[in-house]
Design a protein around this ligand. Structure first.
Ligand code: PLP
Length: 362
């Protein structure tokens, strides 16, 4: 799977799905969840600075829980919109009846700092939201710089880290990330269906001062129950088993710095293969993440034809979104994915392109 989630999982993580049945009101479940939270915070270097809550739901559930909990009644959310997932944050806010102050920018560049500073001058703004890695294009927004702007304005920072945590190294405390949303899939190499929110001390205070906008996605409810070794709703037990195993696997492989290095290596392999075919990258190299490569479709080749030919060799690539739908294709290198598979992908891409483009010229 060379799409940005659901990603491949190792045999070890897959086997954990069969650990057995468990009632969520038994102490073994509280132990399982407490163990996951401890491993997660340790892996992220956030044990001393953040609390975490686990949700049953995909990454969007965690993003929505953070948005709903970060903004107090009558207050506003500043949102950086330079891709589909920034747009989604704004849409979540709209549906929660939260007024937004939006920082629009082109999808191929990080946001303009002056625009962010101007948005945060609005005294009604309660928090600044940004997507760390815009999966739309493979663009990394500069979290440290954006965090510094939020800190200077004394506004909490909400980070959608769904496609960057465990892939890109980030010091959440140094950045000043107060609310962070992520899922067990993608960089954590587990299954979709479990997501989580990380909360700084300030975020916990915000949650306590807010008024819940949702029954299921209220972070305050999760914190309250967690404090009592309890859960408010039925957790995704088997998916939690897999996440627990995936966190052990992450530690055994050397933690996040080793995983980040692995992703950089993978991205190099993919990008070398793409460059060797003379294809153009969508983004300036300075903005590249280490997990997604967005490539301009060569003229004469549709995404559907490229997708189908690669699929017949066993590879699933990903289409562009929004305005980029007809212009690009994306190759992700996320999840359990041996390097040899990426090398085989490069060979397949070369074969597909040479036969497709030979067809165009004949
Ligand atoms: C940056 C980002 N945010 C949010 C999401 C939404 O996650 P999910 O599809 O798990 O709800 C994705 C999914 O690809 C993403 O890449």
């Amino acid at each position: 799977l060379l799409n940005p989630g659901p990603t491949g999982t190792s045999p070890r993580v897959e086997a954990a799905l069969r650990r057995g049945d468990l009632c969520h009101r038994e102490p073994e479940c509280a132990e399982l969840m407490a163990g996951i939270l401890a491993k997660l915070l340790a892996a992220l270097g956030a044990t001393e600075t953040h609390r975490a809550v686990l949700l049953a739901g995909s990454g969007t559930a965690a993003v929505e829980a953070c948005v709903g909990s970060a903004v107090r009644p009558g207050r506003r959310l500043a949102v950086v919109r330079n891709g589909v997932y920034g747009d989604r944050i704004a849409e979540i806010a709209r549906r929660l009846r939260i007024t937004t102050v939006e920082i629009h920018g082109p999808w191929v560049r990080p946001p303009d700092h002056g625009q962010i500073e101007a948005a945060l001058e609005d005294p009604r703004v309660d928090a600044l939201a940004v997507v760390h890695h815009e999966t739309t294009t493979g663009l990394l927004n500069p979290l440290s710089e954006i965090g510094a702007i939020a800190r200077a304005a004394d506004k909490p920072l909400l980070v959608d880290g769904v496609s960057s945590l465990a892939i890109e190294e980030v010091d959440l405390a140094a950045v000043g990330a107060d609310f962070v949303a992520c899922g067990a899939n993608k960089g954590f190499h587990s299954y979709p269906g479990v997501s989580f929110a990380l909360l700084s001390e300030r975020a916990c205070e915000h949650v306590a001062a807010g008024a819940p906008r949702s029954l299921y996605l209220d972070l305050g409810t999760y914190l309250y129950h967690q404090h009592r070794d309890d859960v408010p709703f039925t957790p995704a037990i088997q998916t939690l088993y897999a996440f627990d195993e995936a966190l052990d696997e992450l530690t055994d492989e050397g933690g996040i710095s080793a995983r980040a290095a692995l992703y950089r290596r993978r991205a190099q392999v993919v990008r070398a293969g793409i460059a060797s075919q003379g294809l153009d990258f969508l983004l300036d190299k300075a903005y590249w993440s280490s997990s997604i490569t967005a490539v301009r479709l060569p003229s004469g080749l549709t995404y559907a034809d490229l997708h189908d030919a690669l699929k017949s060799d066993g590879f699933i690539i990903y289409a562009g979104q929004g305005n980029l739908q007809r212009e690009i294709f994306r190759v992700a290198n996320m999840g359990f994915l041996p390097l040899s598979e990426l090398e085989r992908f490069n060979t397949s891409l070369a074969r597909v392109l040479s036969s497709a483009l030979a067809g165009v010229s004949s």
